[in-house]
Design a protein around this ligand. Sequence first.
Ligand SMILES: *Cc1c(COP(=O)(O)O)cnc(C)c1O
Length: 349
Amino acid sequence: MPRLEIDINKIKHNATTLKELFAKKGISVTAVIKGVIGSPEIANAILECGISTIAVSLVQNIKRMKESGVKAKYLLTRLPMHTEVADVVKYADISLNSEISTIKLLSDSSLIQGKRHKVVLMLELGDLREGILPEDIDSVIEQIILLKGVELHGIGANLACFGGVKPSEENMIELSQTADRIQKKYNIKLQMISGGNSANYEWFLSTENTGKINNLRIGEAILLGRETLHRNKIPNLYTDAFTLICEVIESKIKPSLPYGEICQNAFGDTPVYADIGNINRIIIGIGEQDVDTKAITPRITAKVIGASSDHLILHSKNHIEVGSEIEFDINYSALLRLSTSPYVKKVFI
Ligand SMILES: *Cc1c(COP(=O)(O)O)cnc(C)c1O
């Protein structure tokens, strides 16, 4: 079985380093561990570093952590569905929101459960995933203030996730000034002004004034040690906390160019290959079902040529024995799929 080795101490080092860095400008870290589907082991390791809020995108992942005894404050990153509001109130302390119809349902559900759910309103700043348009924010807040079951806990923004829009001095000032204006206009205190995610790293380093922003929701930088605008390594962090290890199931010298009439492959593409003569073709027992094969890099001198659902093909410089193991570095989309797959064993070291 392919296995994902997870070095908990490297993740703890990353979490502690980032927590201390962001604290220098008054910013707390919410650790986003949706990339490891809310692993209770990883959640506990991060909590030991003094980070108190754990975030995931699925309410089921919060349920699993709670059932494993993980004691944290939980934030749900994905906007709740109408059909899951009862579970969101039951398991999450805070959720990110942009739809008043959903917030009303959260309030109703909270009243039934005898709770007061915390809502963070997301503001659209140009990335065009979730967020209330700036011209609509006041009317939404006026409606939220009347709801008995929810507390307006803060406002936030999310950039660089869909549109690739960079967190800048301008859009962060817009978020900060919006928070300031709302607090004064409605005479309320917003606890959380959450400026974004791992893509905010460069903004954080370069800005002289973080304004009212007091929180970032950090996932990839903790898990994989990179900022996410250019995928540059963040100084002093580990990028190899995760290692994918898989077995060689065929190893032969074969042509580089498929022969016969070429039509579509397993995924409907018509592949084009260069003829570079005979090569060491290594087949590994993993495929698209369990990992994004474009998002892994072998730690030996070899290149991923392609993959089908369950086979990964490498061009290796050297001969490799059938039955030997190959280690890979992984990036975020590979981590996500490996974490979700029941066919990949997770091993903590
Ligand atoms: C995934 C996500 C994050 C974390 O993003 P990273 O790039 O992993 O730091 C933060 N906020 C929201 C709303 C998210 O969906």
